[in-house]
Design a protein around this ligand. Structure first.
Ligand SMILES: Cc1cc2nc3c(=O)[nH]c(=O)nc-3n(C[C@H](O)[C@H](O)[C@H](O)COP(=O)(O)OP(=O)(O)OC[C@H]3O[C@@H](n4cnc5c(N)ncnc54)[C@H](O)[C@@H]3O)c2cc1C
Length: 297
């Protein structure tokens, strides 16, 4: 399969990239790792005449901080995130998701920005970011804005990104003491597999180390977008961190899931797996929050 022909552009700044996107309009596409875009171009689903690469823009492949938050550069690869020491406490959930994506070759190219902009319901880096309460930082012709990922994901492949906008970072609150996270992925194969169901969980404990202050559980492949379970969050907040709370949250997550039947699995099976993976992810998260990371489910 041959790629259609295109011109390649390498802006040196965000401002220059925005200018190019404005100039070429609907004929332009941003390219990061290319693991989605080039595949779609080879399959003739897309045929942009101008590709705008991001590798000449300094800082987009780095971590930074602002307003007490950690900013994850959109061009950081899944490999870099999986191995990063910057992701500590509950933020480690992003490293876990990144390490579960594709294969080593794909992880070396695939970026977190590309994963978020592709907005697949089961995307391995989207669920951890959703569970962390991340915001998408966007720069466009009308200035910069921030959008929560809940608002950003609008459907399979659909986002709140406007034409001509560039994702410049993913902002997450610096993880508090006593926070922990878990990530669980079920696929039909062990590797090179989009999840059949995946779950990311983030918990924050009170100072007593045994009461749950706040929790977020994100579910993948069971709705048109990565989904936050309001029921699981409610079942956990203010409760003792014990088996009963985990069971209640798993039931609530299964009730919040909106799976469909398809050739990869039935809706009923997916709902069952939401229950199982939610329990495992929460046990993993609580073990980390309580400083007992070896005790994983
Ligand atoms: C063999 C294979 C296996 C895979 N396995 C998995 C898997 O297990 N889990 C998983 O989640 N995904 C998987 N994927 C999908 C893909 O690798 C990921 O979605 C990846 O993170 C996309 O990142 P990228 O940098 O390659 O994006 P690109 O292909 O470069 O871009 C994807 C889209 O995002 C846009 N974009 C990229 N960066 C920006 C930005 N900064 N601002 C605005 N728009 C931007 C592009 O214009 C394009 O529309 C797989 C892909 C392949 C080919």
């Amino acid at each position: 399969m041959l790629l259609p022909s295109f011109s390649y552009h390498q802006p040196a700044s965000v401002a220059e990239a925005l200018e190019m996107l404005g100039q070429y309009g609907g004929q332009a596409a941003i390219i990061a790792g290319g693991t989605d875009l080039l595949v779609n171009m080879k399959h003739k689903k897309l045929s942009p005449q101008h590709l705008v690469g991001l590798e000449g823009i300094a800082g987009l492949d780095e971590f930074s901080s602002a307003d007490g938050s950690l900013i994850v550069g959109p061009r950081l690869s899944a490999s870099a995130l999986a191995a990063s020491g910057e992701l500590t406490g509950a933020a480690k959930v992003l490293a876990l998701g990144a390490g579960a994506l594709g294969s080593p070759q794909v992880r070396n190219r695939a970026t977190v920005g590309g994963n978020v902009c592709t907005a697949r319901p089961a995307a391995d880096m989207c669920l951890p970011l959703l569970a962390l309460g991340a915001k998408a930082m966007l720069a466009g012709p009308d200035g910069s804005r921030e959008v929560t990922l809940q608002e950003f994901f609008q459907g399979p492949g659909l986002t709140a990104k406007r034409p001509g906008e560039l994702l410049t970072g993913l902002k997450i609150a610096k993880p508090a003491e006593g926070s922990g996270a878990g990530y669980q992925k079920l696929g039909l194969r062990q590797a090179m597999e989009i999840a059949l169901v995946n779950v990311a969980a983030v918990v924050m404990l009170e100072d007593d180390g045994s009461t749950i202050k706040e929790a977020r559980v994100a579910l993948g492949a069971v709705a048109p977008t990565p989904l936050l379970s309001p029921g699981a969050a409610q079942a956990l907040a203010g409760r003792a961190a014990d088996e009963a709370a985990i069971e209640a949250a798993a039931e609530a997550a299964a009730a919040d899931a909106k799976p469909i039947d398809d050739h990869r699995g039935s809706a009923a099976y997916r709902r069952d797996m939401v229950r199982t993976l939610t329990k495992r992810a929460l046990k993993q998260a609580l073990a980390q929050a309580q400083g007992n990371e070896e005790a994983q489910a």
